[in-house]
Design a protein around this ligand. Structure first.
Ligand code: IVH
Length: 729
């Protein structure tokens, strides 16, 4: 990838205000794709390739662009996501009110700033301003819906908008009342499900050893059991600390509302205090931190909330967090240990990810023996723009390193102790060939990651691709996980070397005498079960197929957008082939090629899709038209039935499918809001009037566009008429 937008030093990019809408749109799409890829690396693999700082820089840049161009902000943007998308297996629940996240603070100054910001927002110079301070429970949040006092639904947070329906499981938790007396007719109670240390130890011992890494994972795993009887056997607890939809207010203050929840029968945290200034808040933080080790359950900070609920209402929300609350985190737990070796893992897109193998050490109650090293710059002690990190100290095999774990994340290396560096140690030389297949491993300009160029001949890439292919958001074949893929990949008699092989497995098994049912770990029943699970996935929705192919930059969000846009596999592949047939696609000079492509209509067919940027299109077209890749995909397509994607449901309105142009000044709605409304009603909004324009909305001061519309006979309406159509009179 040689696109200049791939440059990781996002801080050096032009001010968003200096960009035109098209360039901003491209950059937004590319950043979204890279963040989605990073999220996936982080959640599905053991070795994220971007450091936290790099990840944050990408997210900041995306936010800045979305603020400057709100009309381009995509509803599925990673800046809008609070957590991970809901897992398959449970019904989905759309929360009546979104479940928000919390802004984090780490220092005393963050707390004094928070108090000052709240005061200034409310215009309160002096005068009383109270805050509650309470422990931040390290569990998972749950929303309980009561109607006329009866528990009717329990849902996890999911991505904040849509969660999982875990009602049957929540009913088995002793702290959760099934009925309430004297509650508002509609009441959503929000709080945290957690497991105590003692119960966690007992559970792990009963399950015969270390099953769950920590109480948080144990609580999450227990709540998300398909069989409620299993959840019932797990000792889960619940603290209530908030609410969602309510038919009448619970109280005037945060403290009063939580007391009311306690009176209704919920457990609320006994360490909750009322504070009147930042000094008191910091004192409570220190007090709670002192008690942390003896509380008997995990907490990872203190949450402050503005006490007066009318102030909370005025302060409102940013995109994913309330302005009226702050989570003041405890410092991450750290420990020193020796780094034995640096190993390189090769991912499905060929990325070489360095992993530190450590002398095992306990950090915050969990034994850690691996940590991510992100990429070669990180090891060398510099960030992707070349600036020093750790004051330029590099990391070497044999070094003493400081490990930290914050919450439930992959351990990282915070520092290195040069005074304990072994004599004669050498700087780590990052391999320039793939350790798995020996092909050259190269770094494109601006990319922080070195990649193996072996493609399909690289066994590591092939295995990782297969693992991705059967993973949750992709084909999700039950009984065919990472372990089985490794086994089948090197099986001499019934090999699975590419996705199509999965669907010929049963047929090959029937023809061979080395049958699966006679292998170690398989019997007649489990072999049949596996064949049935594979058969079950032979009919596959288009978006899952696109995602499953594991094309770089094409994550779940982009796969969904492409599927809805093209509807069928044939339509998508025809557009890709047409784009590849542009003579400029094969041209050698990248810069000239990009310019020529941008202007070609076949290329624009792909790049003009909202949410799909130039870097993604480049990767999509290159991958799908590469001969060997394409042959493998064709073999797969011959084995499966691809279910067409339904276009996103949009309201049928009088402007559905029409092309609109706005001009002049709109007085009662911003241009961004007008565009968003028009698009939500199924219309397209263009920047200039042409023969394709159906309707011009002209406010005062309309000039050349109105003249052009008149010349072409395009219908023209004013803002009042527009408001009638948009339903905003
Ligand atoms: S209030 C609108 N209070 O922390 C604000 N959250 O990092 C809603 N959490 O999603 C959250 N203890 O799962 C709140 N005392 C507490 C909490 C708490 C733990 C969790 C909650 C939230 C996450 C944000």
């Amino acid at each position: 990838m040689t696109d200049a937008r791939q440059d990781d030093s996002v801080t050096a990019r032009p001010d968003p205000a200096a960009l035109d809408e098209r360039r901003a749109g491209d950059e937004i799409a590319d950043l979204s794709a890279r963040i989605a890829q990073a999220n996936e690396d982080y959640h599905r693999k053991d070795a994220p390739v971007l450091s936290d700082a790099e990840y944050d820089a990408l997210k900041h840049r995306l936010l800045a662009l979305e603020r400057a161009f709100p009309q381009l902000a995509h509803p599925d943007s990673p800046t809008q996501a609070v957590g991970a998308a809901p897992a398959e297996g449970f019904g989905k629940v759309t929360h009546a009110q979104r479940m928000m996240s919390l802004e984090n603070g780490f220092s005393d100054a963050d707390v004094t700033d928070f108090v000052a910001r709240v005061r200034s927002f409310l215009g309160l110079r002096d005068g009383d301003l109270a805050f509650t301070a309470e422990p931040k429970i390290d569990g998972l949040s749950l929303s309980l819906r009561y109607e006329d006092g009866v528990l009717v639904q329990a849902a996890t947070r999911g991505d904040g908008t849509v969660g999982e329906n875990v009602t049957a499981n929540a009913r088995t938790i002793a702290d959760i009342p099934h009925r309430l007396t004297g509650a508002p007719a509609i009441l959503e109670v929000r709080g945290e499900v957690y497991m105590s240390h003692a119960d966690f130890e007992r559970l792990n011992a009963a399950e015969g050893g270390r099953v769950f890494a920590n109480p948080r994972n144990a609580a999450a795993g227990s709540l998300r059991q398909i069989d409620p009887a299993v959840t019932a056997s797990r000792p889960l607890r619940f603290f209530a600390y908030g609410w969602g939809q309510v038919s009448e207010p619970l109280a005037d203050t945060q403290k009063g509302a939580v007391d009311r929840l306690a009176a209704l029968g919920f457990q609320t945290n006994p360490l909750t205090r009322l504070c009147h200034d930042a000094d008191q808040m910091l004192a409570v933080w220190a007090e709670i931190e002192q008690q942390r080790a003896t509380l008997g359950y995990d907490i990872d900070g203190v949450v402050y909330k503005v006490n007066d609920l009318s102030y909370q209402a005025r302060l409102g929300y940013r995109s994913t967090t309330p302005r009226w609350a702050l989570a003041h985190k405890f410092p991450a737990e750290t420990a020193w240990t020796r780094l034995d070796r640096i190993e390189i893992q090769v991912g499905r897109t060929g990325a070489l990810s360095p992993v530190a193998r450590l002398e095992p050490v306990t950090v915050g109650g969990v034994v850690v023996s691996n940590a991510t090293l992100h990429n070669e710059d990180y090891i060398a002690g510099r960030d992707s723009s070349g600036a020093p990190i750790r004051d330029g100290r590099d990391i070497r095999e044999g070094d003493w390193v400081k490990i930290y774990r914050a919450g439930d994340v992959i351990p990282k290396i915070a520092d290195v102790d040069l005074s304990r560096r072994p004599e004669g140690s050498q700087p780590y030389r990052f391999p320039e060939t793939c350790p798995e297949c020996g092909s050259d491993a190269i770094r494109e300009p601006g990319d922080s990651v070195r990649r193996c160029t072996g493609g399909l001949i690289c066994p590591a890439q092939a295995i990782e691709k297969l693992k991705h292919f059967v993973s949750r958001g992709a084909f999700d074949v039950e009984g065919l996980g990472a372990k089985q893929i490794e086994m089948f990949f090197s099986d001499p008699l019934l090999p699975i070397r590419e996705p199509a092989d999965i669907f010929t497995l049963a047929e090959r098994d029937a023809r061979t005498i080395a049958k699966l049912k006679n292998r170690d770990g398989f019997g007649a029943r489990s072999a049949e079960k596996l064949f049935a699970a594979i058969e079950d996935k032979r009919r596959i929705p288009l978006e899952r197929l696109i995602f499953a192919l594991g094309i770089r930059h094409v994550g779940e969000v982009a796969a969904g957008i492409l599927a809805r846009h093209f509807g069928t596999w044939d339509a998508l592949i025809a557009a890709v082939d047409a784009a590849a047939s542009e003579p400029a696609f094969a041209a050698a000079d990248d810069k000239a090629r990009r310019a020529a492509l941008t202007d070609s209509p076949n290329w624009a067919e792909l790049t003009s899709i909202n949410g799909i940027g130039a870097v993604l299109v480049q990767s999509l077209v290159t991958t799908l038209t590469q001969d060997a890749e394409r042959a493998g995909i064709d073999r797969l397509i011959a084995q499966v039935e691809v279910l067409p994607a339904a276009a996103r449901q949009v309201r049928q309105t009088e402007i559905s499918g029409k092309t609109l142009v706005f001009t002049g000044t709109l007085e009662r709605m911003t241009r961004a809001e007008a565009k968003a409304r028009a698009e939500a009603m199924g219309a397209k909004v263009a920047g200039s009037v042409s023969a394709k324009t159906d309707l011009l909305i002209a406010g005062p001061g309309a000039g050349s566009k109105a003249a052009k519309a008149a010349e072409l006979g395009v219908a023209v309406i004013d803002e009042d008429e527009w408001l009638r159509i948009a339903g905003g009179t």
